[in-house]
Design a protein around this ligand. Structure first.
Ligand code: PMP
Length: 338
């Protein structure tokens, strides 16, 4: 019989798929590392596994313990699945702007979700930050992974994503492109590829326009899961040879092309990373191999990126040259939300 002992044995070892249509006119080979093949549907299953196993080994997480993390997205799903299979409880804290679909996914996996009001100051006892800190203090056996500062976030990529890419490309990878959120993916994978290639592999970060990694002030943007308004310690600021800033509009238009032309229904940060990868690849020759990491699936964005009305409301379907400015976008967003 051929079977896996548990769904979590399927974390990692995701496939590499060549991009054939969006790469028209480009000589280099561009390969996508498709992370939605992970059991929780995203790259974050990798960090969930390693952060939990390291905390078990160090004794921070004991049998019957509870994982408490302020997250509503992919990291929560990864933690919920690994925790459930290993017999831990999970409590996630998220702001009330998070969609009920996302909350229901976490509850479906058996996690408890505490929803906090967005409209209170950070120092208010009901704020997102205060509630998660209080839960850690008051829950017996609580442990907070904190993906932004946990060294096992980048380490998971140093020990899995990086070696997989080196092996899958027979050591021919020349460029690695990834979006930067906590910075774990680019730092762990990038540093492994630099080490194994003796510095030859070029590492490129993709960042939403406005985020600090590409020199922005932290102003808002709509691509989810990437960009920051602070510098997390999971990010190694020395790892990237280059950072490419990408607009929301370009990110979302490419995300739709990936579904339509490559058969890859992926999230907005994937479109963003592909825009950056093509920017790099167009300057390269036929021997170059560019790998771009696609963190998650498009299923979580059906009512946004894959909804024409939503795209239209923000001006993202307009032709090039008719760009909405950040100010326009925020005004539209305000108008829609109020
Ligand atoms: N894309 C999505 C959809 C994500 O959830 C994340 C994680 N925040 C990233 C990209 C960025 O990955 P990392 O945190 O490893 O930088």
């Amino acid at each position: 019989m051929r079977y896996h002992d548990s769904i979590i044995d399927l974390v990692g070892n995701t496939p590499l798929v060549k991009l054939n249509k969006v790469t028209e006119g480009i000589q280099a080979t561009v390969l996508a590392k498709v992370e939605y093949f992970n059991p929780g549907g995203s790259v974050k299953d990798r960090i969930a596994m390693r952060m939990i196993e390291a905390a078990e080994a160090s004794g921070e997480l004991k049998p019957g313990g509870t994982i408490v993390e302020p997250t509503s997205g992919n990291t929560g799903v990864g933690l919920a699945i690994v925790a459930q299979q290993k017999g831990y409880k999970c409590i996630f804290v998220c702001p009330d702007k998070v969609s009920t679909d996302k909350i229901n996914v976490l509850r479906a996996y058996g996690a408890e979700v505490v929803v906090c009001p967005t409209a209170v100051a950070p120092e208010h006892p009901d704020s997102y930050y205060n509630v998660s800190d209080r839960l850690v203090r008051e829950t017996p056996g609580a442990w907070k992974p904190d993906q932004y500062s946990n060294p096992n976030n980048p380490a998971s990529h140093y020990h899995s994503t990086g070696p997989e890419l080196w092996e899958q490309t027979d050591g021919r990878i020349t460029h690695f492109v990834a979006g930067v959120g906590t910075g774990g993916t680019i730092s762990g994978t990038g540093n492994y590829l630099k080490d194994v290639s003796k510095g030859k592999v070029q590492v490129v970060g993709a960042d939403p326009e406005g985020s600090v990694y590409s020199g922005g002030t932290g102003r808002p943007y709509l691509v989810e899961g990437v960009g920051e308004d602070f510098w997390p310690t999971a990010y190694d600021p020395k790892v990237a040879d280059r950072i490419v800033a990408v607009s929301d509009k370009d990110s979302f238009q490419m995300t739709r092309r990936l579904a339509k032309e490559e058969g890859l229904l992926v999230g907005g940060s994937c479109g963003m990373a592909v825009v950056a990868a093509l920017e790099v690849a167009k300057e390269l020759g036929p021997d170059d191999v560019v790998v771009v990491l696609l963190p998650d699936s498009g299923r979580g964005y059906l009512s946004k990126i894959f909804n024409d009305d939503w795209m239209q409301d923000y001006g993202f379907l307009e032709e090039a040259g008719d760009e909405a400015t950040a100010g326009d976008v925020l005004q539209r967003k305000d108008a829609l939300e109020h």
